[in-house]
Design a protein around this ligand. Structure first.
Ligand code: FES
Length: 311
């Protein structure tokens, strides 16, 4: 996977624990345009992480990402929080897994917490194209991210709240009153997106008009240990709780292409010839999952094992 170098040109604290980094080419030439809702994969010291792009998408002079410092700060978010103007970062080209549907008659954009970043990208595009749009944003008191920009772009169509109950009640009403052809875009913690999807489905929204960006918003459970038979190598390995099959394979000297390591990009898909996977990715379609003949080894585990893979 080819990479290119970006230089940190600005660092701003966007909210408590959230830092916005401006990344430009060292020679300041234009960067590749990207589809609204795209993410940028960055090599963050020892890890590779993906972040939603929320700045200008057409011939951008710089990419903007906002990074929530998570956990102990030892991972990619802590590494990025330590970057200063003049530092460089290795990036891979923007990728789109959450694009706007052009034929939508209206966009209903829903976000919680740091999940507002791809939603801001969608809002920017909807406003540029003159599409009807409204934004619902739930955040903790004093922790709203990019509020000023959201207000500037959405005006009176921005509905934000710091109260979950109030937010839910307002959203339920809006879900009932959307004209045919409205597409819903949602990003936030897993439980938040599940609740929004459930509300929408309960009100008769077809699945093809509901879009979620589950990108890096939650940490997966450590899971149970499981065995994997490597039929080509003729050995059996055990994947411990908290470790991924991808990590175990790498530990065995078996390289597997990978990119996001979060179950989004599809790069680490491997065939399964025995056992039943516990799919935890956000890449495979339902019908692909049902066949149980492949899995994303960066996040998925075994539902019934041992798994057998032709490696
Ligand atoms: S590396 Fe992206 S889905 Fe596994």
């Amino acid at each position: 996977m080819s990479t290119f170098t970006l230089e940190v040109t600005d660092v701003v604290d966007a909210a408590p624990g959230v830092r916005t980094l401006t990344l430009a080419r060292p020679d300041r030439r234009w960067l590749p345009s990207f589809t609204p809702g795209s993410h940028l994969v960055l090599e963050c010291g020892p890890t590779v992480n993906a972040y939603s792009l929320h700045g200008e998408s057409q011939m951008p002079e710089a990419y903007l990402i906002s990074v929530l410092r998570s956990g102990s700060g030892q991972g990619g978010s802590g590494w990025l929080h330590a970057r200063r103007p003049g530092d460089t970062v290795l990036a891979r080209a923007p990728r789109s897994l959450f694009p706007p549907v052009q034929k939508a008659s209206r966009y209903l954009l829903i976000a919680a917490g740091i999940g507002v970043t791809p939603i801001l990208s969608h809002l920017r595009a909807a406003v540029r194209w003159g599409h009807p749009v409204e934004v619902h944003y739930l955040h903790r008191p004093g922790r709203g991210v990019h509020l000023e920009e959201l207000r500037d772009l959405a005006g009176g169509s921005l509905h934000r709240s710091t109260d979950r109950v109030e937010f839910r009640a307002a959203l339920e009403q809006r879900l009932q009153r959307q004209p045919l052809g409205t597409h819903l875009y949602c990003c936030g913690p897993e439980s938040f997106m599940d609740a929004v999807c459930e509300m929408a489905a309960h009100r008769g929204w077809p699945a093809e008009r509901i879009h979620t960006e589950r990108f890096g918003t939650d940490v997966l459970e450590a899971g149970e240990a499981f065995d994997v038979v490597l039929s080509v190598s003729q050995k059996t390995i055990t994947v411990a709780p908290g470790r991924s099959l991808l990590e175990e394979l790498e530990g065995q000297g078996i390289p597997v292409p990978n990119l996001c390591r979060q179950g989004f990009c599809g790069e680490c898909r491997i065939d399964v010839t025995g056992g039943i996977p516990l799919h935890r990715d956000h890449y495979l379609q339902d019908h692909e999952r049902a066949t149980n003949d492949s899995l994303m080894c960066c996040v998925s585990r075994a539902a019934s094992g041992p798994l057998e893979v032709p490696l």
